[in-house]
Design a protein around this ligand. Structure first.
Ligand code: NAD
Length: 696
């Protein structure tokens, strides 16, 4: 038939096998092959049933996303699925691995579905800012009911074979070879003369929600609860709602229109960019081809504080045992207590069983004393952020760690090269910078020191992926990529207070843009006393922040900071006392408040970060603009529909950004705001940051 789709006749059953490695994506050739296979089987008088199965490690795992945005090539997926559904003979989808997106839509066009027990099925299009555009929004709810249907389409999360069986998405769980399992099931269908189940004609699962629409609307609202500004999940819910009141064929047309609108929109463009950027980040530049990571079977984490505990949880949750090391039993007990409480909180929300909690906690072995690192292949240090303490720890690690172990520091700002120099094995030293809370945040900046060996670097990248983090390799500088850019923003937020803005105005500018938290709410969360102490150590003053701390306002922990917090709530409330304190401080300094527009707030919060990003690229601290975007997406909650700061900059236009930065540099007498040379050059040449990636 074709290179990627073969049809084999096993007596009266035709087996259509898709073989398009690695994931059997639905390329135009695959679509054509399936359609031709179905038509020929339908017309062949010897054939009584058809099975669609896949070779390799998975069923069709999705559309070929490289085709998005290009002129569509026939046949369209919707037409192929209609061919399947219209086939006069029973068609069985035999699923193994993952049936995702267009893959599940193909299976939903079949009259019956069977799956192996570890198979997963879902419609994740929403995660790329899209909706399933080939009938998925109409057929899935008819298979599993509108409640689970809308949940799956809106969240994009897949379900396993057991849940699929329970909810009617599949008929049976099969063992062994999927094509053989599908064939056995097809023969059963023939023997029992089962009627063909065309989902488009089957409204049986919709009856209850048609009579009482709240069944659907409640599920749709719950699925959309965490949606912050994304269009696609709303479009997904709307499309599923059409199952209740729009005839099937018309609903398919509306679904297609909605898909085309989303695919052409800015949000999906940004979300697809984010998807590709994450993949790209895993490709590390400057590492010799074929470099293999070192073997990591055991891990030690030093420090059971905020970060060490969260990092230990990430390993334990991924099934990797860790030794958690502290200076004393008391610190260890406290750290382990918090870990247990965190897991138990997840269990209480229904996120895991008590058994699972015990299993995960059991993977963490608490120990006092650094000599306990001796068996570890990877050691991650998460002690206090002081160079002297880090040096002391790494000197001891050099003494106790086995040869070839990778020694990582979780430092936020300190110089990895200086830390490495305290050991006789700087080639094994690097940074693994996790983000707080480390058990939740997906980013891990992998900091490559001047002497870090390529295989040590790849070990860190590979282990980060194993614990479900998103690794981005960065170079050594103060604050690496993320915190260095954040510092550029913090400088402006602090200045705003001296110019007349209030914390809530600045924070609102940032949250309206789509970031989860503004700088002042973030400061209150982290604790204002940390910066205060560090300023005192360095002999620096920041009059407003200092005055707050002198008044005992340390942030959330004291119930008051830049905001007030009432009744144990974490919700920041604007506080007239803070406005008064700001007014008094400004009066003392002889400064006058001025009206600051929301546009200025947004531009001065975001553009200086982009400017710093440009410097980071120039200095080769990050290898690509998209790496910087991945850092912000996964480390700081940058809204995915804005792609990341560098992507956003390209959308706004670098010329405009450079001009505005120059303007603010003069207006606020701040030379740090002058456009970085790279930004200026690209702006003058009418180019984008993306053009750098293309130029290699
Ligand atoms: P923390 O104060 O909560 O924890 C540090 C722990 O290290 C303490 O429990 C302490 O007892 C232990 N410790 C100190 N010296 C030790 C030694 N010699 N041996 C064993 N244990 C020792 O601090 P944290 O917030 O978890 O920060 C740890 C590191 O992570 C710092 O380098 C920090 O910059 C970095 N970091 C912090 C965050 C954050 O948001 N808190 C985010 C990213 C990175």
């Amino acid at each position: 038939m074709s290179d990627v789709v073969k049809v084999e006749r096993r007596d009266v059953v035709a087996i259509i096998t898709v073989n398009n490695p690695p994931v059997n994506a639905l390329s135009a050739a695959v679509r054509r092959g399936i359609s031709e296979g179905i038509k020929s089987a339908g017309a062949d008088p010897q054939i009584q049933a058809v099975v669609i199965a896949c070779a390799g490690r998975t069923f069709i795992a999705g559309a070929d996303i490289t085709e998005f945005g290009k002129p569509p090539q026939p046949p369209g997926l919707g037409d192929v699925i209609s061919d399947i559904e219209n086939c006069p003979k029973p068609v069985v989808a035999a699923i193994h691995g993952t049936a995702l997106g267009g893959g599940l839509e193909v299976a939903l066009g079949c009259h019956f579905r069977v799956a192996t027990k570890d198979a997963k099925m879902g419609l994740p299009e929403v995660k790329l800012g899209l909706l399933p555009g080939a009938g998925g929004t109409q057929r899935l709810p008819r298979a599993v009911g509108p409640e689970l249907g809308v949940t799956m389409v809106v969240t994009g999360n897949p379900i396993g074979a057991q849940e699929a069986l329970k909810n009617g998405l599949i008929e049976e769980i099969i063992d062994g070879d999927p094509a053989a399992g599908g064939e056995t099931f097809a023969r059963k269908v023939l023997a029992e003369k089962r009627p063909l189940r065309r989902l488009r004609d089957d409204d049986s699962k919709l009856v209850a929600a048609k009579a009482d629409r709240s069944i659907f609307t409640n599920a749709a609202a719950a699925a959309n609860k965490r949606n912050r500004g994304l269009e696609a999940p709303l479009a997904c819910a709307e499309a599923v709602s059409w199952t209740l009141d729009v005839p099937f064929d018309e609903a398919l047309k509306k679904e297609r229109e909605s898909f085309l609108k989303l695919v052409a929109g800015d949000q999906s463009k940004a979300q697809r960019y984010a998807f590709f950027s994450e993949r790209e980040a895993a490709k590390v530049s400057g590492v010799p081809e074929g470099t293999k990571p070192r073997k990591v079977d055991s891990v030690a984490i030093i420090g059971a504080g905020t970060m060490g505990g969260g990092i230990a949880m990430s390993f334990a949750s991924a099934g990797i045992p860790v030794t958690l090391i502290e200076t004393g039993q008391e610190q260890l007990d406290r750290g382990l207590g918090i870990i247990k409480k965190n897991y138990e909180a997840t269990a209480a929300r229904g996120g895991m069983s008590a058994d699972e909690v015990a299993k995960r906690v059991g993977r963490i072995t608490p120990k006092v004393g650094l000599e306990n690192v001796k068996d570890a292949d990877l050691i991650i240090e998460a002690v206090f952020e002081t160079m002297a303490v880090k040096k002391e720890v790494f000197t001891k690690l050099d003494q106790f760690a086995k040869q070839g172990a990778v020694l990582a520091s979780n430092t936020s700002y300190l110089d990895i090269n200086e830390i490495a120099a305290t050991t006789k094995r700087p080639q094994d030293v690097l940074g693994m910078h996790f983000f707080s809370p480390a058990n939740v945040m997906k980013l891990c900046e992998i900091v490559r020191g001047a002497k870090t060996a390529p295989d040590a670097l790849m070990t860190a990248v590979s282990i980060a992926k194993r614990i479900a983090k998103v690794p981005v390799v960065v170079g050594v500088c103060d604050g690496f990529v993320g915190n260095r850019m954040l510092a550029a923003r913090s400088k402006q937020s602090e200045k705003f207070l001296f110019e007349g803005a209030l914390p809530q105005q600045v924070d609102a500018g940032v949250t309206k843009f789509g970031l989860p938290m503004g700088p002042f709410a973030m400061g209150d969360l982290a604790g204002l006393d940390i910066g205060w102490r560090s300023r005192k150590d360095r002999g620096i003053t920041s009059e407003i922040a200092d005055a707050l701390c002198e008044a005992g306002r340390f942030g959330q922990k004291t119930g008051k900071g830049y905001y007030k917090y009432e009744g144990g709530s974490r919700a920041p409330l604007p506080d007239p006392d803070v406005e008064k304190l700001i007014d008094e401080t400004l009066a003392k300094l002889g400064l006058k408040r001025r009206q600051i527009s929301d546009d200025e707030i947004l531009e001065r919060m975001v553009y200086p970060m982009i400017n710093e990003g440009a410097r980071i690229l120039e200095e080769k601290i990050a290898s690509r603009p998209s790496d910087i975007d991945v850092v912000w997406l996964y480390g700081y909650g940058w809204p995915i529909y804005r792609g990341g700061p560098m992507f956003y900059a390209d959308q706004v236009g670098l010329k405009h950004i450079a001009d505005r930065l120059s303007f603010y540099a003069k207006q606020t007498n701040d030379p740090s705001l002058e456009p970085a040379p790279l930004l200026k050059r690209l702006a003058d040449e009418g180019k984008t940051f993306a053009s750098l990636a293309k130029a290699g």
